[in-house]
Design a protein. Structure first.
Length: 126
């Protein structure tokens, strides 16, 4: 996959909507429940490693993601975190106001990354 191309994946009942723009504006929204998270996320991880953008703004708005998705999402964030072409990496982590698990996962991910700056955004019930 070439970093010059944007990636757009429509959501399903099991997979999130993905919009990765080559200018560094990225979003993942919905749910990530697929059993084979590797085949879904690996092309995104490959794309992330070749991204050449001064700043990455990652809008993360998953209302649920399973354990295998969680591992691949952390891998994806680490690739952006370690990409030398990215000078600024900001993660906008959205969570429902009663969803402590998603908030906690955001804090756990933040601790595992060196360069990312996290902004937490509480959503009122949808």
């Amino acid at each position: 996959m070439n970093s010059m191309n944007s990636v757009i994946i429509e959501p399903t009942n099991y997979s999130p909507q993905v919009v990765f723009e080559a200018d560094g504006n990225l979003s993942i929204k919905g749910r990530s429940l697929m059993l084979d998270a590797v085949s879904f996320y690996q092309p995104l991880i490959d794309w992330a490693s070749s991204l050449n953008a001064p700043a990455v703004n990652f809008n993360f708005e998953l209302d649920y993601f399973n354990t295998s998705s969680s591992k691949k999402l952390l891998d994806l964030l680490k690739v952006f975190d370690n990409n030398r072409n990215v000078n600024e990496f900001i993660v906008h982590w959205a969570f429902e106001n009663d969803d402590e698990d998603t908030l906690m996962k955001g804090h756990l991910f933040e601790e595992r990354l060196k360069n990312a700056r996290f902004n937490y955004k509480e959503l009122s019930g949808i």
